[in-house]
Design a protein around this ligand. Structure first.
Ligand code: ATP
Ligand code: MG
Length: 180
């Protein structure tokens, strides 16, 4: 089964996936890392952050090749984003030309309340996430739901909405393992 995991920054995707990787045989891949490895093989970039400076047609080509690579794996969990918030609006993480190559069977959307997410971002000193109000986080949560169900209709993948409530990582991990 190919599983796509999404959720707004700071909701707890990596925290949950780290625990899942200890308890399941599924390989967990990061979409951006796969793209970077492919760019390195072609000697297009030396650093991950240089990828977004490549011409847009080359970035799209890398994005497609990464989707083909993942789509050829029988069992995989893909850590990615359903939407990416940019100053020019929400960028789709899985436009149709990626979705048809990736062929997901299940989309897992990790959620928490906007206040919980704001608090987690504020407390997490290991990362430099954008400052957002509770209202802005709520909008991003909504955008991810719309994107998840649009992807579901196009691909036939189920959508599982997984609550990662405060202090309840273990519950979310158990529900995730139960679904796969
Ligand atoms: P990003 O998309 O930016 O990589 P993420 O979704 O992977 O974010 P994490 O890095 O897993 O988010 O978690 C963000 C912070 O929230 C971390 O400090 C983590 O310890 C904390 N956290 C995650 N889940 C919970 C929870 N259920 N209760 C309390 N704190 C949590
Ligand atoms: Mg993460």
């Amino acid at each position: 089964m190919r599983i796509v995991v999404g959720g707004v920054p700071g909701v707890g995707k990596t925290t949950i996936m780290e625990e899942v990787s200890r308890r399941s045989e599924y390989p967990i891949v990061n979409y951006g890392t796969i793209m970077f490895q492919m760019a390195q093989e072609k000697r297009l970039v030396k650093h991950r952050d240089d990828m977004r400076k490549l011409p847009i047609n080359i970035q799209r080509e890398l994005q497609k090749k990464a989707a083909e690579h993942i789509g050829a794996m029988e069992n995989v969990i893909v850590d990615t984003h359903l939407t990416i918030k940019t100053p020019a609006g929400y960028l789709p993480g899985l436009p149709i030309w990626i979705l048809e190559r990736l062929k997901p069977d299940l989309i897992v959307l990790i959620e928490a309340s906007p206040q919980e997410i704001a608090d987690r971002r504020a407390k997490d000193e290991t990362r430099r996430r954008d400052m957002e109000s509770v209202k802005e986080i709520k909008e991003h949560l909504d955008a991810n739901r719309y994107a998840a169900f649009a992807c579901s209709v196009y691909s036939g993948a189920n959508v599982l909405i997984l609550e990662n409530n405060e202090g309840m990582v273990e519950d979310a991990v158990k529900k995730f393992l139960g679904a796969i």
